[in-house]
Design a protein. Structure first.
Length: 291
């Protein structure tokens, strides 16, 4: 697709709630390699009570900042979509590091005809406990997880891909929901520099993060607008292959399974206590944002 003179290569929507610690890191990485006007970036500060908006505005990068009283991420995504000017469009969490060259390649893939795409993932585990590192070593070797659109903190949609739905619904896991709108062969993982995802530092932090993931999966079960619940068969098969690779890999596979089971039990305990599995407060991991 030819790029019109003066037209950005794509838009980027960044929801950012109280992300003063990481917003500059996110923006500085994203703009690497892009010239003036090549990116249409919208930072949506949703319910912020810190300096996120001010830091984005004085970052030295050409961008728009939208401030909302509503703290919900879906509201930020809707506001970002309303402000963004062009397709294709990237949706990026403020706490990840998405290098500009990788963003360019994802946008080019989408401009070339792909419906949905994202960069590969690299988990930043320095500072994390041994058990958390073990979990992410296993996760990085599960193709059923690593080949999906969700979980990277960054994904992109072409105009055709974005036309699969209207506004972002009020759901916990937007990337999981979007992923379910596409068949696996419609999702491209671009061979680029990976997006860097800083992982939770402690076991309790990881369980809370996974509990939010399973809350998001619970929401999928009752929605008629997405594919049926994702089968766990392929993931289990991948874990079995990993466990057969040697003692260290088997320990990592066991750790992965134990964390997954623990998060499901924690979510079930919430339900028994009368809490909604799809409601409640946003369970964000702050340990990965620590300095």
């Amino acid at each position: 697709m030819a790029l019109n003179r003066g037209q950005p290569l794509g838009s980027v929507v960044i929801p950012a709630r109280n992300e003063a610690r990481v917003i500059r890191r996110c923006l500085d990485a994203l703009f690497v390699g892009f010239g003036p006007g090549e990116l249409d970036v919208v930072v949506v500060c949703n319910g912020c009570i810190d300096a996120t908006a001010a830091l984005a505005r004085c970052s030295g990068h050409e961008l728009s900042v939208v401030e909302l009283e509503d703290a919900a991420k879906p509201a930020a995504l809707r506001a970002g979509d309303a402000t963004a000017t062009v397709f294709p469009r990237l949706y990026v969490d403020a706490d990840v590091v998405f290098p500009g060259p990788a963003a360019r390649l994802v946008l080019e893939r989408l401009r070339g005809g792909a419906l949905a795409a994202r960069p590969p993932i690299r988990y930043q585990t320095s500072g994390a406990s041994a058990l958390v590192r073990s979990y992410y070593r296993a996760r990085a070797r599960v193709p059923a997880v690593m080949g999906s659109l969700w979980g990277a903190g960054a994904y992109g949609l072409s105009a055709g891909g974005r036309s699969r739905f209207g506004e972002f619904p009020d759901l916990v896991a937007d990337d999981l929901w979007v992923d379910r709108l596409f068949d696996p062969d419609e999702v491209g993982v671009v061979g680029s520099t990976p997006v860097v995802v800083t992982v939770p530092r402690r076991s309790g932090d990881l369980v809370r993060t996974l509990r939010r993931t399973y809350r998001g999966k619970a929401e999928m079960a009752s929605r008629p607008d997405v594919h049926g619940p994702q089968s766990v068969t392929s993931a289990l098969r991948d874990l079995a292959r990993l466990a057969a690779a040697g003692p260290g890999a088997a320990l990592d596979a066991a750790t992965y399974s134990a964390f997954a089971a623990g998060a499901r039990l924690a979510l079930a305990a919430q339900q028994v206590a009368g809490a909604s599995p799809t409601g409640g407060r946003w369970e964000r991991d702050n340990s990965s944002r620590a300095g």
